[in-house]
Design a protein around this ligand. Sequence first.
Ligand code: HEC
Ligand code: HEC
Ligand code: HEC
Ligand code: HEC
Ligand code: HEC
Ligand code: HEC
Length: 424
Amino acid sequence: MKKVGNHKSFSKIFFSLAFMLTFSLTAFSQDAAKGKEIFNTNCAACHKLDAKATGPALRGVADKYDKEWIYKWVKNSGDLIKSGDAQAVKVFEENNKVPMTAFPQLSNEDIDNILAYTSEPAPAAAAPVAGAPVAGKDGVTESGVSNNVILGVLTLVMAMLIVMLFLVYNMLTKIADAKGLEIVKKNRSLMGLFNAYAKNQFLVLVSAILFLLVSAYFAYGYLMQIGVDQGYEPVQPIHYSHRIHAGDNGIDCKYCHSSARVSKNSGIPSLNVCMNCHKNISEVAETTATEEHSKAFYDKQIAALYEAVGWDKSLQKYTGKTKPVKWVRVHNLPDHVYFNHSQHVTVAGVECQTCHGPVQEMEIMKQHAPLTMGWCINCHRETNVKVEDNAYYKKIHEELSKKYGVSQLTAAQMGGLECGKCHY
Ligand code: HEC
Ligand code: HEC
Ligand code: HEC
Ligand code: HEC
Ligand code: HEC
Ligand code: HEC
């Protein structure tokens, strides 16, 4: 009896401990993941976790100082130093009086997350991350399905015709036999079959039509492929991985493609933007290597970036010798089409991934969508315009929704199908 009781309470304690441990671990790692993102966007330009950069190494910094002090420091270290805070002055002077950027926009919670990240234990020896990046779902497109259906139907019709021909031929032979007509032997040969066919005008007509239909179908398919570069994945001068930057390190798309929000073009970032971080990140962590690409491979790519901007790693100085990188353009609409990013990203609130696919999983950038006219128009037919918080649209929307008698309006109903909107 007693033994059982003991056992029970022991397992109870054990399980609640295990529960608490997993719970605190997950809570911890969630914060750390968020913190890593904030750290990479704001702090990585000057801080590394385990080595001194412009600023000191930050691993374990939460144990060094009082939390309240760190909040004040990060939000505005300059103010803290000016106020004569002894600790702040000391840190400032120990680091050659290089001022740190102020981050008044970060909340205490953000900073807690950063500290959760910097408090993670240093990774042990690297296990290569298994698994190549997941390919985008480039499965069957809508037109692909209907094309296959057409092809199937055509094949079926062809087969039925052949069977019918055969039956008719058999029937005729039988009738001839029954009537005692003599069938010339020659007719049974292939040549004879062809002669009989050539004499039958109806059959010739039907096959001619079939032939035209099939070739028109293939010609159409071929023409429709012109200028459609879905899946286009050129080799770039520097192997730049969106998976590592936008995925693993959670860097916001707009950090690099900052003009997507405000202008027609998204633009490719200049190499100066890269150097905000890469003055300090001269090599990747062991854990970044995959089966496909080794750490040495990635480090060589960063070295190529240094060569392009003329950065001398050992002297920590620009040499002035630059070799501009010519990125190969992936997406490219014909000149007669007008497409505007801010209209879609800011006004319509469409996610980058809706059009560009799971970029954060792409090791190499590729064209995800077909970029055909049908693709644009389909989406305009299906997507409702966001009218909330938009005084400009409210009025137009009210009038138009009365006209169409609906409460939601698609981009098409707002004029998104007019040729002039997309064509110069
Ligand atoms: C422009 C470069 C720069 C950026 C960006 C930057 N720091 Fe700093 N940081 C410094 C420098 C330099 C110091 C050393 C003190 C000084 O000279 O002001 C420092 C010191 C610190 C310290 C004190 C460390 C110690 O061991 O004494 C903390 C904590 C800190 N930074 C946190 C952050 C956080 C968190 C971020 C991102 C939100 C950040 N820093 C972004 C340059 C930067
Ligand atoms: C650290 C900077 C950086 C971040 C963050 C970043 N990109 Fe890029 N992006 C680049 C560079 C550099 C290129 C050009 C090289 C290439 O095509 O891989 C590029 C190319 C692209 C292209 C292809 C451009 C073309 O030539 O047609 C698209 C689309 C794109 N990025 C979308 C995104 C999206 C979506 C995100 C967020 C999930 C993102 N990027 C995050 C730097 C960045
Ligand atoms: C906000 C900070 C940040 C910016 C901006 C940034 N990088 Fe990186 N970069 C990183 C981090 C973090 C890593 C990964 C380091 C690791 O895995 O240890 C990395 C890794 C790399 C690598 C090696 C992996 C790979 O992608 O092949 C290359 C090359 C690279 N960056 C090039 C660039 C280029 C080119 C730009 C500018 C278009 C750029 N980076 C902009 C933070 C940045
Ligand atoms: C509605 C679909 C759509 C959305 C949403 C979208 N893009 Fe694009 N993007 C395109 C098309 C189409 C092109 C080709 C434009 C051209 O050739 O003129 C393009 C081109 C680009 C390019 C190549 C350079 C340029 O500006 O032409 C980059 C980089 C890019 N997009 C990044 C982004 C980022 C980052 C986001 C999210 C902030 C985004 N895109 C959202 C459709 C979209
Ligand atoms: C993911 C869906 C989506 C795709 C794909 C898309 N659009 Fe749009 N587009 C929208 C939405 C939603 C709006 C309405 C934005 C607004 O509120 O004005 C819009 C608006 C527009 C407008 C302004 C129309 C007006 O009434 O002023 C133009 C021009 C346009 N798109 C061009 C294009 C072109 C060109 C393409 C293809 C290369 C394209 N769009 C692909 C969703 C899309
Ligand atoms: C939502 C945007 C949009 C609207 C509205 C639109 N187009 Fe297009 N159109 C495109 C795009 C994108 C292409 C480029 C397709 C490609 O390169 O495959 C294109 C291509 C074309 C072409 C060249 C043939 C081809 O397939 O490349 C013609 C002709 C054309 N459009 C006529 C029209 C006419 C006429 C209208 C009005 C009924 C119209 N378009 C409305 C986006 C649009």
